[in-house]
Ligand binder design. Structure first.
Ligand SMILES: [Zn+2]
Length: 276
């Protein structure tokens, strides 16, 4: 039997890396699972080049998806930077100390205004912080503006592009009108659930689902499936451990950002946009 080449580097619980990277990996692996196990998986079709078969394109940035309030700052409530050692991580830690956000307590147990500050910035005074032995002092602009800046700067980094797609609203693809065979496969049921349903399950429930996946009757598909399922399981186990409740979230703080409303980005964001 041939070995499956997973589309991403294997998850390593000792070095989990970017939280957004791990969440999007689970979403992608679940799609792959549906693609591999659907009866018509091998039927030839041309994939739409505009949407790459997803049927959707990224719309405006959706700030409501950028904060996980069930997590503390330490665990990664600012999803954009969680798990990285970018400058904004050091800056957010210093900002928290400055305005009284408890770094180790979940955000939803604290002043609700903190989430807005983390999203949209803090104008009252600049933040002094240290990153990799160097001192910096600048205003905290907010992760929603950071992401908008990365998007406007035309970032080419795969990780950044994944983050931008993940935190943006989805619009129907104008090239194929969302008319993709792939979408039909996603709507097919695996143990009674469509892919869209799985994406919205609480992490704990999704983990139970993945652990119960029955083996496919086809040998090759079974091997591919079990390998993907094992990878999903190890990432989900980690996400559950840190306390993440859902992969996707309802937008609680929606305030769409439009062009012209953007403040000049601080140098640390410029550096991050050039490749995290
Ligand atoms: Zn398309």
């Amino acid at each position: 039997m041939e070995t499956t080449k997973l589309p991403r580097a294997r998850f390593n619980a000792k070095r989990p890396g970017s939280l957004v990277g791990n969440i999007t990996a689970v979403l992608e692996y679940l799609s792959l699972l549906y693609a591999k196990t659907a009866p018509d998986a091998d039927s030839p079709h041309e994939t739409c080049t505009t949407c790459k078969g997803t049927g959707t394109i990224a719309g405006d940035i959706d700030p409501g998806s950028m904060i996980a309030p069930e997590l503390s700052l330490q665990r990664g409530s600012v999803l954009l930077w969680a798990g990285t050692d970018c400058k904004p991580v050091a800056k957010i830690k210093a900002l928290a100390a400055m305005i009284g956000i408890d770094f180790e307590r979940p955000l939803d147990e604290q002043d609700k205004r903190f989430a807005d500050i983390l999203l949209y910035g803090y104008d009252a005074e600049p933040v002094s912080y240290v990153h990799k032995g160097k001192s910096f002092k600048s205003h905290y602009r907010g992760c929603a503006f950071d992401l908008q800046f990365m998007r406007d700067a035309g970032t080419a980094s795969k990780g950044n592009l994944r983050a931008i797609a993940f935190f943006s609203t989805k619009a129907q693809c104008p090239a194929c009108n969302g008319n993709e065979p792939k979408l039909e496969r996603q709507a097919a049921a695996l143990m009674g659930r469509s892919l869209q349903e799985l994406w919205r399950l609480p992490v704990a429930e999704l983990l139970r689902f993945v652990r119960q996946l029955p083996a496919s009757p086809d040998d090759n598909a079974r091997m591919i499936t079990s390998e993907i399922a094992a990878e999903i399981e190890s990432i989900l186990t980690y996400l559950q451990k840190i306390g993440l409740k859902t992969l996707l979230r309802e937008s609680q703080h929606v305030r769409p950002i439009h062009l012209g409303q953007i403040v000049p980005a601080s140098p640390d964001v410029v550096a991050a946009a050039r490749g995290m």
